[in-house]
Design a protein around this ligand. Structure first.
Ligand code: HDE
Length: 716
C-alpha cells in the first residue's frame, strides 16, 4: 500500500530494535539487564545503580490518566478521498481536490467503561476521525448514533456522573443498567430520543466496521464566496449496519472482551480494509427555520426523507497502528480542529465541546505541547509564537516570539483569507446575554416516537427487552415507574410491554417530570407534547433494510472431527473464501483431523477456545465418522444451539443431519431428510454441495434470522 504523508511523518519517530544493542536512555550500552548492582552477591542494592534506577523510574511513571469518557477504544490508519469537488459548498481543499488522498487516523470507542472494560457493553460507540489535510488537521469527533442525551454542555458532567459506576462502590462497570443513570434520565425528558437509540440494536454493533457514524451537531460548510450551508455529517459503512443479540453480547464480554478490537485488527491485517462513505445532508441558510425541529438541537436528526444524504467520498482503513500507546492512546481529538471551509454552529452542546476537548488533553497528556506528539501533529509545518511548556519538542530558532515584530521581519506572518488564512463565518448576532434554553428545543418526544415507529418488529422487541433488562436492574421502584411514564409518551404499547416485564403498571401521565430546569423556571420549561414529526417512518433508522448482499469478512465456523467428508470441507471452504468470508475449522482438539479420503485438515480452534458467539454462521460437513462423534459431543451441540438461539445461518450436508437432530432445534429440521429443506429459513440441509453453498451464502448475507426469536427459548 502506498505510504501517506502521515506515514512518512510518523516514520521519523519509529524505533526498531532489530540487530541493535540495548542501551540506557542516555545511549550507554547495557551489559547486564538481569541483576541490579549490589553490595556483595547477597547485599543490598546500591543507590548508584543508574541503570536500575532509570528502568524502574520509567516503569513507575508509564501510566497516564485514561479518558474521562471513551476510555476504551481502538484505532487504525487510513485515507479519505472525495469523489467530486464540493467547491459549491466548501473551500476545504480535502473536499474539493479529487486527486487528494488525505491521511486519517480513526479511533472507535465505547463511552462509559474503563480502558480495560468489554467492547460489548450496551453503549454508544465513539467514531472519531482525524484528517491530516494540507490545510491542517480536521477532526470529525462523532458517534455511531446521530443524537445525544442532552441539549446543553452544562449537563455533560451530570450525565457522565450518572452513567459511570456509582461512586460509593464503583459498580457496575461499563453498564448503564443501574439506578443513578436511570434516575437522571427519568428526570431529563430531553434524553428520550437518545434513549431510544441506546436501547436499540445500534448499541450492540456486530463490528466497528458495520456501524454508521454521525457528526451529530449541525456544522457549517463555507465556500470561497463566504456562503454558508448547514450540514450534518454521516459515515455509511459499505458492509451495511449490523448488530448482535444481547445474550450474545453478554457472552462475548466474558469470552473475548476484545472482540471488536480484534475484529478490526484482523480485518485490516488480512487486507479486508473497512470502508465508509462520507455523507452530507445540506440545508441552505434560508431553510434554517423550515423544520418542526431546531437544527441547533443535538437531540434531533434531519430525517433522510426530508434531506437526503449525498455520498461525497470514501474512507478506507488500511493500516494497524505500530504501537497502541503511542498512537491510539495518545491521539487527541478536538471538535474545534477545523480547517478553512468548515465552521461551527451555535448548538449549545457543540459550543461546550469546543472548550472541553483541549482542556481534557492538558491533564491527560500532561501539558500544552500534546499537539507535538507524533500522532497528533499535522502534516504541514507549524509556526507561531507559542513557546515552551512541559515536553516541548520543537526548537524555535527565532529571536522573536511575538507579533508584530520587526527583528524577525514580521514572521511568522498572518495569511489573508484568499491565501488560506482561517476566518470565522461572520454570523450575525443580535441578542441579550441570557442563561436559558430556546423554546424551539422543548419537544422531546416526536422523534423518539419516529425512531420507535421506524423499527422492524424484531428491532422493537429488542428495545422492549433492553428497557426491561435495564430497568429491571434498577432497585428503586419510583425510578422504574417514572421511566414507564416517559415511555408511555413515546408509545403506549412499548410502555405496556416493558411494564409487564417489570411487574408494574404504566402510570397515567400527561406530561413528563422535567427537573432539568433552573431554580426560577416558573413553569417556563414545560416540554411541548403536541409536535408531530413530519415523517411517520424513516427507513434509514431501521437496520432491517441495510446492505445484505455480501458475505465479505463474515466468520464461518466448520465443526469437524476425524472422518469428515473432506471434499465437502474443501469445496465449501473454497467457495466461501472466494466470496471474501473467513473460515475457521473447529474440532474437539487442536492439531489436525483426517478426512474420509485421508486429506489432513488443519484445525484452527478447539471447542475449548472457540464459541459460536464469535462466528456469523456454522457449517457441518458430512462424513459418517465425524458426524457420529459430533452428535455425541455436548460442546458441539451447545455450539449449534447457541448459533440457533442467536438467529444465525446453519448449514449441513444431508448426511450430517444426525448432528442437527441432536440439537434443541431438531423440530425445525426437514421431516424427510431427502427433501433437503428446513422449515426455518436460516437452516439449510442439502445433498448437493453446489446448492448448499448457494443457499448458505444467501443466508449468511442476510446476517440474522430474527424472526426465529419468537421461539428462541433454546437453552444455550
Ligand atoms: Fe465527547 N468528550 N463530549 N462527545 N467524545 C471526549 O475528550 C464532551 C460528545 C466523543 O477517541 C473527551 O479526548 C463534552 C458528543 C468521542 O479520543 C472529553 C460533551 C459526541 C470521544 C469529551 C461531549 C462526542 C469523546 C474525553 C458534551 C458525538 C473520544 C477524552 C458537551 C458527536 C475521542 C477526550 C477519542 C471524548 C467531552 C459530547 C464524541 C472529556 C463536554 C455529542 C468520539 O473532552
Amino acid at each position: 500500500m502506498p505510504e501517506t504523508k502521515k506515514d512518512t511523518d510518523l516514520n521519523a519517530d519509529k524505533e526498531k530494535a532489530d540487530a541493535q544493542s540495548m542501551t540506557t536512555n542516555q545511549g550507554v550500552k547495557i551489559n547486564d539487564d538481569q541483576n541490579s548492582l549490589k553490595a556483595g552477591d547477597r547485599g543490598s542494592t546500591l543507590m548508584e545503580d543508574f541503570i536500575f534506577r532509570e528502568k524502574m523510574t520509567h516503569f513507575d511513571h508509564e501510566r497516564i490518566p485514561e479518558r474521562v469518557v471513551h476510555a476504551r477504544g481502538t484505532g487504525a490508519h487510513g485515507y479519505f478521498k472525495v469523489y467530486e469537488s464540493q467547491e459549491a459548498l466548501t473551500k476545504a481543499k480535502f473536499l474539493t481536490d479529487t486527486s487528494a488522498e488525505t491521511p486519517v487516523f480513526i479511533r472507535f470507542s465505547t463511552v462509559a467503561g474503563s480502558r480495560g472494560s468489554t467492547d460489548l457493553a450496551r453503549d454508544v460507540r465513539g467514531f472519531a476521525v482525524k484528517f491530516y489535510t494540507e490545510e491542517g488537521n480536521f477532526d470529525l469527533v462523532g458517534n455511531n448514533m446521530p443524537v445525544f442525551f442532552i441539549q446543553d454542555a452544562m449537563k455533560f458532567p451530570d450525565l457522565i456522573h450518572a452513567v459511570k459506576p456509582e461512586p460509593h462502590h464503583e459498580m457496575p462497570q461499563a453498564a448503564s443498567a443501574h439506578d443513578t443513570f436511570w434516575d437522571f434520565i427519568s428526570l431529563m425528558p430531553e434524553s428520550t430520543h437518545m434513549i431510544m437509540w441506546l436501547m436499540s440494536d445500534r448499541a450492540l454493533p456486530r463490528s466497528y466496521r458495520m456501524m454508521e457514524g454521525f457528526g451529530v451537531h449541525t456544522f457549517r460548510l463555507v465556500n470561497e464566496a463566504g456562503v454558508s450551508h448547514f450540514v450534518k455529517f454521516h459515515w455509511k459503512p459499505l458492509l451495511g449496519v449490523h448488530s448482535i443479540a444481547w445474550d450474545e453480547a453478554q457472552k462475548i464480554s466474558g469470552k473475548d472482551p476484545d472482540f471488536h478490537r480484534r475484529d478490526l485488527w484482523e480485518a485490516i491485517e488480512s487486507g479486508a480494509y473497512p470502508e465508509w462513505e462520507l455523507g452530507i445532508q445540506v440545508v441552505p441558510e434560508e431553510d434554517e427555520h423550515k423544520y418542526e425541529f431546531d437544527l441547533l438541537d443535538p437531540t434531533k436528526i434531519i430525517p433522510e426523507e426530508l434531506v437526503p444524504v449525498q455520498r461525497i467520498g470514501k474512507l478506507t482503513l488500511n493500516r494497524n497502528p505500530d504501537n497502541f500507546f503511542a498512537e491510539t492512546e495518545q491521539v487527541a481529538f478536538h471538535v474545534g480542529n477545523v480547517v478553512p471551509g468548515i465552521d461551527f454552529t451555535n448548538d449549545p452542546l457543540m459550543q461546550g465541546r469546543l472548550f472541553s476537548y483541549t482542556d481534557t488533553q492538558l491533564i491527560r497528556l500532561g501539558g500544552p505541547n500534546f499537539h507535538e506528539i507524533p500522532i497528533n501533529r499535522p502534516v504541514v509545518p507549524i509556526h507561531n509564537n507559542q513557546r515552551d511548556g512541559f515536553m516541548r519538542q520543537q526548537i524555535n530558532t527565532n529571536r522573536t516570539s511575538y507579533n508584530p515584530n520587526s527583528i524577525g521581519s514580521g514572521c511568522p506572518f498572518q495569511v489573508g483569507k484568499m491565501q488560506g488564512g482561517f476566518t470565522s463565518y461572520a454570523e450575525r448576532i443580535d441578542a441579550h446575554k441570557i442563561r436559558a434554553r430556546s423554546k424551539s428545543f422543548f419537544d422531546h418526544f416526536s422523534q423518539a416516537t419516529l425512531f420507535y415507529n421506524s423499527q422492524s418488529e424484531p428491532e422493537k422487541e429488542h428495545m422492549v427487552n433492553a428497557l426491561s433488562f435495564e430497568l429491571g436492574k434498577v432497585e428503586i421502584k419510583e425510578i422504574r415507574e417514572r421511566m414507564l411514564g416517559i415511555l408511555s409518551l413515546v408509545d403506549k404499547g412499548l410502555a405496556g410491554q416493558v411494564a409487564r416485564n417489570l411487574g408494574l403498571s404504566v402510570p397515567e401521565v400527561e406530561k413528563p417530570i422535567n427537573k432539568g430546569v433552573p431554580a426560577d423556571a416558573n413553569g417556563e420549561y414545560e416540554p411541548v407534547l403536541d409536535v408531530k414529526s413530519s415523517v411517520d417512518k424513516s427507513v434509514a433508522l431501521s437496520m432491517a433494510g441495510t446492505v445484505k448482499d455480501s458475505i465479505k469478512t463474515r466468520k464461518i465456523a466448520f465443526l469437524v472431527a476425524d472422518g469428515v467428508n473432506d471434499d465437502s470441507v474443501i469445496t465449501m471452504q473454497d467457495q466461501l473464501l472466494d466470496q471474501g468470508a473467513v473460515v475457521e475449522i473447529i474440532s474437539a482438539r487442536l492439531g489436525t483431523v483426517s478426512g474420509e479420503n485421508n486429506t489432513i485438515i488443519p484445525v484452527n480452534k478447539s471447542l475449548l477456545t472457540a464459541a459460536s458467539v464469535f462466528y456469523d454462521a456454522v457449517y457441518i460437513p458430512g462424513g459418517s465418522l465425524s458426524v457420529g462423534k459430533l452428535e455425541k459431543d455436548p460442546d458441539a451441540i451447545h455450539f449449534l444451539n447457541e448459533a440457533y438461539r442467536h438467529c444465525k445461518a446453519i448449514a449441513a450436508d444431508n448426511d450430517a443431519l444426525p448432528v442437527l437432530q441432536a440439537t434443541y432445534f431438531s423440530k425445525k429440521l426437514p421431516k424427510e431428510t431427502s427433501k433437503g429443506k428446513a422449515s426455518d429459513e436460516g437452516i439449510i440441509v442439502q445433498t448437493e454441495i453446489g446448492m448448499l453453498v448457494k443457499e448458505f451464502t444467501a443466508a449468511v448475507a442476510k446476517h440474522r434470522f430474527w424472526e426465529r426469536e419468537e421461539e428462541r427459548k433454546v437453552p444455550a
